[in-house]
Design a protein around this ligand. Structure first.
Ligand code: FES
Length: 219
């Protein structure tokens, strides 16, 4: 009898006690689900600090290697920075059929061999990148010279920044990474003060003909 009295009283306000409890219960479940999803997303989306591999590396333009000089090693970012200009004398680049006539630009080349993931190095005496594990070799711009590497070296997306470190003056193009153009040319605008390398945005090298297939081009 008491329950009947309560329900009757509640229904006078347009909602019974039972309905009210159902709403509370439903809202709690919805809140819990939303929290769980939010937490899952928070854990799944990687967050990297600047200067941490997977995040962005800010390089002063003064630290970008000079055109046609040896590549510069950035161990923390796991990349080499190279700067090419084939319109100028260049002893480090070996031209091959199919190369663009002019290759000008900067690139951040991932330090991991595309064969089985060893860390290769620049070999001064041979002017090329050489992998110690199974002998893959790459030209200064990351193009394959010798197998077993299945493709050219990968690259990271880079941005030319103004002095305020946030104004983007230009960015490396995405196209051509898997296409016929081996070099995503990226000349830095004259007013570039910093280069930002996004190690979370890696572009796969393409599968061009090995340079060693052009016998006269073997360095
Ligand atoms: S891992 Fe570099 S050649 Fe095999």
């Amino acid at each position: 009898m008491a329950n009947v009295a309560v329900d009757a009283g509640a229904s006078g306000n347009g909602i019974t006690r039972r309905e009210f409890l159902y709403y509370i219960w439903g809202a709690s479940i919805a809140l819990l689900a939303a929290e769980s999803i939010g937490l899952m997303v928070w854990f799944l989306i990687p967050r990297f600090r600047e200067g941490e591999f997977g995040g962005e590396f800010l390089v002063s333009v003064a630290d970008v290697p000079a055109e046609n000089s040896d590549p510069r090693n950035f161990p923390d970012g796991r990349f080499w920075l190279v700067n090419l200009n084939t319109t100028q004398p260049n002893e480090l680049m070996y031209h091959a059929p199919g190369d663009p006539d002019v290759i000008i630009g900067v690139a951040a080349i991932y330090k991991v061999c595309t064969h089985l993931g060893c860390i290769y190095a620049w070999t001064d005496s041979n002017n090329r990148f050489e992998c110690p594990c199974h002998g893959s070799k790459y030209r200064l711009d990351g193009r394959r010279i010798e197998a077993p590497a299945p493709r050219n070296l990968d690259r990271f997306k880079i941005y030319a920044l103004a002095e305020d470190k946030s104004t983007v003056l230009a960015e490396s193009p995405d196209e051509g990474d898997q296409g016929t153009n081996p070099w995503t040319a990226f000349p830095l605008p004259a007013d570039t003060v910093y280069v930002s390398v996004d190690t979370g945005d890696r572009k796969q090298g393409n599968k061009q003909v090995l340079l060693s297939d052009f016998s006269e081009q073997i360095p």
